[in-house]
Design a protein around this ligand. Structure first.
Ligand code: FAD
Length: 816
């Protein structure tokens, strides 16, 4: 029996690779009194049976950065700890069996170039020379990442644990954490059980690294950790005579990966419809366990594999392996502090990439815990993106049947989830559906992305080329520009901040001036101490003591957490009122005429100027009309009590025919906002992007007094910008941009697009992206004298660059 301390600085729950990595990295940062508790044996959950692929290229720069960090760490751990991780840098090949997959691989190769990952594009004969055992039928092309590798997952975890112990961490097996205790919204400790013995450890920090057990453990404290286990399969062949060392091979079109190890082939599957597991909880005695074979389930993959690699037909199967792994609703893992409980940290839900991810994730989380803020933008994997409803196990069970397979499915742009849909709906959902809306999902919200014409099938046909909705979206875009469009943005997060000290509080939180007249709408950012953007929002002053905040639907939980975390002694109440109102943006040159047709209100510039909100009569009810825009046109966002939204919608649609009204979707909104250079949180602006470099200095008022981030703004003003966000328009009207395409300045890669879409009014694809300054104080003029190109799947396309938006640079259309 190990002797456990009565208190610790941190208790890490779970001794898989995730927990071991967090312990190692906290110890590296000099943390002492670290305790890691593992209910059975280290690695006995999912870690021990992973295939051990270590691929570095991920979907974004920062995720790639973390994966690369892992690979580098696993390479050096042996020298540090004396335990070999088995890392072998054998490279990896991914092959395309279709033109669409080829386009995806080419776009990935372009991303690899910008993220600093070595990549070679391969012809079929190149592939054959690197992987001679392949049947090349249908193989179109491939990519080779020479830096990728494979390793021994169990040994990596044990080496991390040993490294942590060498630095003083206490790692104890056979101790289960039964409960995390809490008081006043903070973690206070854990209760544990070791055999018959029980006890407590007082601590201010726990880290839930409980893998597939993590969700239910978190739920006991009201913490949302939406993940669900799935069965995950591979086979290992008997030794195949003459099999030389081979790179890892991925054939995503056949849902398969191949790993050569000691003359055997491990063939793993990411089948399109996975099997959820552990619906009634994960068994308490699970330890190095396997799940029953399911040959029927694996057979289609094996059949395709035998065709792809005919030597498999001769090889006997040594092992049929089925092990559980946790998957999340969006195929991304969770890191960070739970918004529900201070001191409750999470590193779990790895979607079958926990080995390659955990090194970097442990480093990032440890840094985050140490500094109180993430080392760089981690929004993609931030636990604050989880929605409370996602605790629902039926929702999770259905969703993970899809997310496992999506890892190898075509990653088409605008691809939508097919499962667990329809959870959050606007009151206008059925109205929009009846008019041809095709929905996409964000944070559980169903949102009309585009509208099918009569007779057209209302569904996506995915492609890398011009999609089936291109012309629909173009018509919507041009209606917003030339007549009038109606959107449904009920998914906006809506927060009321009210109370005696609401103004003082918001002045501290926001970079813009909040002390404005009642009815004024202020566009602002909440900054962190580095001047990075934590939240992008509008704030409307409703009264002396009440403010109404509008934030993106996807960031609501994060924004609520940020506000609540910073609430000190101020007398302020923060309430999520998202579900109380529907939001109907009516935008376009005819918006005033159309709204006037159903409202007696004076909508003139004098009475209702840009940046103000007023209650108006609409139809036979009332709406609060906010004169703002996210598409860059004259217009009003109508905030309507949910129960009256359909009435207002019907009144607008009935009157709309005379004014060229068109229902518009989110794709048109996105293309309009990029034309206008409006930033989007999570893409163009994140907590790592300085507000001045993001070009949002106009919304920062340093002379108003102190606010979070003010010092960083003053410093940046003094030292000069290191980079600027520019807008780009491709000079060739044909290619499409989605984001992540490399930006070349005078022939050299300098960055990548953070947003991209088609600018129908500008007659070409448009994007936004940061360009580093060549020297301190480089002027905009100097930057713009360069020649710019965008790498679109390997094709260099000329681009016009601009600091101010190419569409309506002086914003005259908004104020007409
Ligand atoms: C077949 C298969 C192949 C895979 N291949 C790869 C691959 O090639 N590359 C890759 O990167 N990833 C791969 N993975 C994924 C990888 O194995 C996982 O993502 C990773 O192991 C997850 O690590 P973890 O630490 O989060 O979870 P686990 O390893 O499950 O660790 C969680 C630990 O927490 C402990 N625990 C839970 N609750 C408590 C409690 N209350 N008190 C104390 N202890 C507790 C458990 O006992 C367990 O040991 C694969 C997975 C499978 C199933």
């Amino acid at each position: 029996m190990a002797v456990l301390p009565s208190s610790a600085r941190v208790v890490i729950i779970g001794g898989g690779i995730s927990g071991c990595s967090v312990a190692y990295h906290l110890a590296k940062l000099g943390w002492t009194d670290i305790v890691l508790l593992e209910r059975k044996k280290l690695t006995s959950g999912t870690t021990w049976h992973a295939a051990g692929l270590v691929g570095q290229l991920r979907a974004s720069q920062n995720m790639t950065r973390l994966a690369k960090y892992s690979a580098d760490l696993y390479r050096t751990l042996e020298a540090e700890t004396g335990l070999a991780t088995g890392l072998r840098q054998c490279g990896s090949i991914t092959v395309a069996l279709s033109a669409e997959r080829q386009e995806e691989l080419r776009r990935q190769a372009a991303m690899a170039r910008v993220f600093g990952v070595e990549v070679n594009e391969l012809s079929p004969s190149d592939i054959l020379s690197l992987y001679p055992h392949l049947n090349m039928k249908d193989v179109v092309s491939g990519v080779h990442l020479p830096g990728d590798g494979q390793a021994d997952p169990g040994n990596i975890a044990l080496a991390l644990a040993k490294g942590a112990r060498m630095l003083g961490a206490q790692i104890v097996e056979g101790v289960i954490v039964n409960e995390v205790t809490q008081a006043d919204g903070r973690v206070t400790g854990v209760t544990w059980q070791q055999g018959e013995e029980t006890g407590t450890i007082a601590t201010g920090h726990v880290v839930n690294c409980g893998g597939m057990w993590g969700r239910d453990l978190a739920a006991r404290n009201g913490v949302t950790l939406p993940l669900h286990a799935c069965e995950h399969f591979y086979i290992v062949t008997e030794s195949i005579p003459g099999l030389a060392q081979l790179p890892v091979l991925r054939v995503p079109d056949e849902c398969a990966y191949y790993k050569e190890d000691a003359g055997k082939i491990l063939l793993g599957a990411f089948e399109p419809k996975a099997k959820p597991w552990g619906m009634n909880g994960i068994p308490a005695d699970f330890c190095f366990d396997q799940l029953p074979e399911d040959f029927d389930h694996f057979e289609p993959i094996l059949e395709a594999a035998v065709n792809r690699m005919p030597i498999l037909a001769e090889a006997g199967i040594h092992t049929f392996f089925n092990g559980p792994e946790s998957f999340t609703p969006d195929d991304r893992y969770y890191l960070g502090e739970a918004p529900e409980l201070t001191g409750y940290w999470v590193a779990a839900g790895y979607n079958s990439i926990g080995i390659v991810s955990s090194g970097g994730a442990g480093m990032a989380l440890a840094q985050w815990m140490n500094d109180g803020e993430p080392p760089f933008d981690l929004w993609e994997v931030d636990i604050r993106r989880a929605q409370p409803f996602q605790k629902n196990r039926r929702y999770l069970q259905e969703r993970v049947t899809e997310t496992l397979g999506l890892l190898y499915a075509d990653h088409f742009p605008y691809r939508q989830m097919a499962t667990s849909r329809g959870i959050r709906r606007s009151p206008l959902h059925e109205h929009l559906k009846a008019r041809g809306a095709v929905f996409g999902e964000v944070a559980g919200w169903e949102r009309a992305n585009w509208f099918a014409d009569e007779g057209q099938t209302a569904q996506y046909e995915y492609t890398w080329g011009r999609p089936n909705w291109f012309q629909n979206s173009r018509a919507e875009h041009m209606a917003l520009r030339e007549t009038v469009g109606l959107l449904d943005m009920t998914s906006f997060g809506k927060i009321r901040v009210e109370g005696r000290d609401a103004l003082i509080f918001l002045q501290r939180m926001c970079a813009n001036q909040m002390d404005v007249a009642i009815g004024r709408i202020v566009y602002t950012q909440m900054l962190n101490e580095r001047g990075g953007i934590e939240c992008d929002l509008t704030v409307t002053r409703m009264s002396e003591t009440a403010f109404f905040l509008v934030v993106p639907g996807a960031t609501l939980q994060r924004d609520l957490a940020w506000l609540r975390r910073h609430l000190g002694d101020e007398f302020v109440v923060i309430t999520d009122v998202t579900a109380a109102e529907a939001v109907l943006p009516l935008m376009g040159p005819n918006a005033r005429d159309l709204l006037s047709a159903i409202s007696p209100a004076d909508l003139s510039n004098d009475v209702h100027p840009f940046g103000t909100a007023r209650e108006i009569e609409v139809g036979m009810t009332l709406a609060r009309a906010h004169r703002v825009t996210y598409v860059g046109e004259l217009g009003w966002e109508l905030y309507i009590p949910t129960d009256q939204a359909a009435h207002v919608f019907e009144a607008l649609v009935a009157a709309g025919a005379d004014h060229g009204l068109k229902l518009c979707g989110l794709h048109a909104m996105d293309s309009c906002r990029i034309e206008k250079g409006y930033r989007h949180f999570g893409h163009d602006i994140t907590d790592e992007d300085h507000v001045l470099e993001a070009g949002l200095g106009f919304a920062v008022k340093t002379d108003k007094g102190t606010f979070i981030g003010r010092e960083a703004v003053l410093r940046k003003r003094e030292n000069g910008l290191a980079r600027r966000m520019l807008q780009f328009r491709l000079t060739d009207p044909e290619p499409l941009l989605f984001h992540n395409e490399p930006i070349l300045r005078d022939g050299v890669i300098v960055g990548y697009l953070t947003s991209g879409n088609y600018g129908h009014a500008l007659c070409g694809a448009v994007g936004l992206g940061y360009v580093p300054c060549r020297h301190a104080g480089e002027t905009v003029k100097e930057m713009l004298t360069s020649t710019y190109q965008i790498d679109v799947a390997g094709r260099m396309v000329g681009a016009e660059a601009s600091l101010s938006p190419l569409y309506d640079p002086k914003s005259q259309r908004i104020r007409v």
